[in-house]
Design a protein around this ligand. Structure first.
Ligand SMILES: Nc1nc2c(c(=O)[nH]1)N[C@H]1C(S)=C(S)[C@@H](COP(=O)(O)O)O[C@H]1N2
Ligand SMILES: [Mo]
Length: 422
């Protein structure tokens, strides 16, 4: 997958629009929802907690050091997920990092050997002088939907018991990793890059695994990997990686390392516990050497409370969203009778195109989720399971049963969403 020429808006138009939008949006968000996190407060922050942003109970469900978005709080008009509503997955705690102290270190034997000084430590100002890019992607935890292995398939797993809310769609602002690597210089035989976070070391069951980090291949690095300082036109919130995070579009959430401290570029394959122990399939029918997980599967959710009550005899329009790590979702069918019969939905693609400042990298990528709706006229009283099944542009779809694995990754089965009509 490469970017293609795009005769779309000029780079200046795109960026000045984005900056103007950002200024307006930040003012609103700071005043209304995050009063304690003004720009000044971010610079002077000293305290760190598991999660710093407000977590209203009508928006989030708290799960240990994590928080998931409630699907019944998603409004149809909101195509993207505001950071104030975005799920948080923290292995430890959100660190307080001052913009002025921040440096991204780039090192390793996969960098070209050059005479003289090569810049290998970047401030945020340095990075923001490189060509800027905007892209939209769905950020989703590998374990999203995990609790459904238990509630729907009667199997027990380890890990955070998410329902379906460890997901959001975000328009990111940043610099493509390939633009940074071009400037630093890449060895022709570089194969692997390891991204490491600045949050504290992760200790589990008495084992210190070190800083959260995960390697990825050079192909993804040179394709669409983004170093992001902005989300939907605002600075990243501390919980989402301020001042800089990696974004690997379409890939499992763990690949998008927050509070990015360093990138090790290597001529040999790198590894970390996050691709050897965690985030690969174990148990069930999987072989012992199942590879590290990369692309997310296809999933769907209804914008309804779990066990929602709907009025009998009324005319309803039900809404939901579907997404896939591989390609846009193009078709969604639903069953309103527990799977006995299926009908098509009306789908609305969001059409978020990438925008690259130098005009060269602008591409036809569109990796946001797909919104859909279906009418349900005059249902009769009773208990129902609502089912939604999405298919992406490559033909990948959702099975009726998700493949069991002991860590509960990739619950991609069609979910049976219970509602009562009364
Ligand atoms: N440094 C660091 N990066 C991280 C994590 C973390 O705990 N530390 N969690 C990962 C996981 S498992 C997920 S799903 C996403 C969640 O991103 P969010 O909290 O911004 O929604 O961040 C990833 N990046
Ligand atoms: Mo995750």
């Amino acid at each position: 997958m490469t970017f293609m020429q795009n005769p779309g808006p000029s780079r200046r138009t795109v960026l000045s629009t984005a900056v103007a939008g950002a200024t307006a949006a930040v003012g609103v968000a700071v005043a209304e929802t995050i009063p304690s996190l003004s720009a000044a407060a971010l610079e002077n922050a000293t305290a760190a907690g598991p999660i710093l942003k407000p977590l209203r109970s009508d928006r989030f469900v708290l799960l240990d050091t994590n928080a998931e978005m409630r699907w019944d709080s998603v409004r149809t008009g909101d195509r993207l997920t505001d950071q104030s509503h975005l799920f948080v997955r923290n292995h430890t705690s959100t660190p307080a990092i001052r913009r002025g102290d921040y440096r991204l270190r780039v090192f390793g034997d996969g960098l070209a050997r050059r005479r003289g000084a090569t810049r290998r430590s970047f401030t945020l100002d340095d990075l923001q002088r490189l060509p800027q890019t905007e892209l939209t992607s769905v950020l989703e935890c590998t374990g999203n939907g995990r609790s459904l292995f238990t509630t729907q398939q009667g199997a027990s797993t380890s890990g955070t018991a998410w329902t379906l809310g460890a997901v959001g769609a975000v328009r990111w602002q940043g610099v493509l990793l390939r633009d940074l690597l071009e400037r630093v210089g890449l060895a022709p035989d570089a194969v692997s890059i390891q991204a490491t976070g600045l949050d504290e070391a992760y200790v589990a069951d008495g084992t210190d695994h070190g800083h959260v980090r995960r390697p990825f291949g050079i192909r993804k690095a040179l394709d669409d990997a983004l170093l992001a300082w902005g989300a939907n036109g605002q600075d990243l919130l501390p919980d989402h990686g301020y001042p800089l995070r990696l974004v690997l579009p379409g890939w499992v959430g763990i690949a998008s390392i927050k509070w990015l401290g360093s990138l090790q570029v290597s001529r040999t394959e790198l590894s970390s516990p996050w691709n050897t122990i965690f985030y690969r399939m174990t148990g069930g029918a999987y072989p012992a050497d199942s590879p590290p997980l990369t692309l997310n599967p296809v999933r769907s959710a209804w914008q309804l409370p779990w066990r929602a009550t709907l009025a009998a005899g009324a005319r309803h329009v039900l809404h939901g969203r579907s997404w896939s790590g591989t390609a846009p979702v193009t078709r969604v069918e639903v069953s309103l009778d527990g799977g006995a019969s299926w009908r098509p939905t009306t789908v609305r693609r969001a059409e978020h195109r990438d925008q690259h400042e130098d005009g060269q990298g602008s591409g036809p990528h569109d990796r946001s989720w797909t919104q859909w709706s279906v009418r349900w006229d005059e249902p009769t009283p009773g208990s129902y399971d609502l089912l939604a099944r999405a298919t992406d542009a490559t033909g990948r779809t959702q099975p009726l049963v998700a493949a069991y694995n002991s860590a509960g990754y990739f619950f991609d089965a069609v979910v049976r969403h219970p509602v009562t009509v009364g």
